[in-house]
Write a protein that binds this ligand. Structure first.
Ligand code: URA
Length: 205
């Protein structure tokens, strides 16, 4: 099965699961974008506009995300965008730990199908999902591995709409994205390439 078909199956499976929290109280916002995207953006949970349109990041925060993508010449359609929790919590409250846990198997499968080179987290919920000890004020804009995933934490665009200082940081962090994708940091246990001398020595044994 191709990636697109697999995602469609997953979407159906998710829509049919009546046990999930927020089922029946909000629309499903599965995610959208290129199935061949190198970068997967993950936000927190849909808001009012996302719920209405069943699409991620289409409100004010989404407009800012589009602008940030444009600033690095990445069309929105070239990336994939989703959320940890796939339905809007009432009144836009923060997602609850139970909700994050309940939607986790679907996010895991979505990531596996898409197999992006880099996961860009938007806001602290998404960041802490992968990096539980990270702090957004300290760790934003620096890519690091969480297991097999390369994670680049970003401030949430909604936070940037409330603070010009945060907006500046977010703009600067976005500028780093293309280069990080081309030159990802080495994994901690990656061995540096052996020197010619080391190669010669090991061939003696
Ligand atoms: N905020 C999010 O975290 N996700 C959306 O889809 C919209 C706003």
């Amino acid at each position: 099965m191709e990636k697109g078909e697999k995602l469609l199956e997953l979407n159906k499976e998710l829509a049919a699961n009546q046990e999930l929290p927020l089922f029946g109280s909000a629309n499903l916002v599965f995610g959208e974008g290129s199935v061949d995207a190198s970068v997967l953006f993950i936000g927190e949970a849909p808001g009012f506009h996302e719920d209405k349109l069943s699409r991620p990041f289409v409100g004010q925060a989404g407009k800012l995300l589009d602008k940030l993508l444009s600033s690095i010449n990445w069309p929105r359609e070239s990336v994939y965008i989703t959320n940890i929790v796939k339905r809007r919590p009432p009144g836009n409250r923060d997602p609850l730990p139970d909700e994050i846990e309940a939607y986790k198997p679907y996010l895991e499968k979505q990531i596996k199908i898409l197999s992006p080179k880099l996961i860009a987290t938007l806001g602290r919920f998404s960041m802490n999902y992968f990096l539980p000890d990270a702090k957004i004020s300290r760790d934003h804009g620096v890519a690091q591995y969480a297991g097999e995933h390369l994670i680049m934490p970003f401030y949430h665009p909604a936070a940037a709409l409330r603070s010009t200082a945060v907006l500046k940081e977010l703009e600067l962090d976005f500028k780093k994205l293309p280069d990080i994708l081309l030159n990802p940091p080495p994994r901690k246990n990656d061995h540096p390439p052996k020197s010619a001398e080391e190669n010669k020595q090991s061939s003696l044994f």
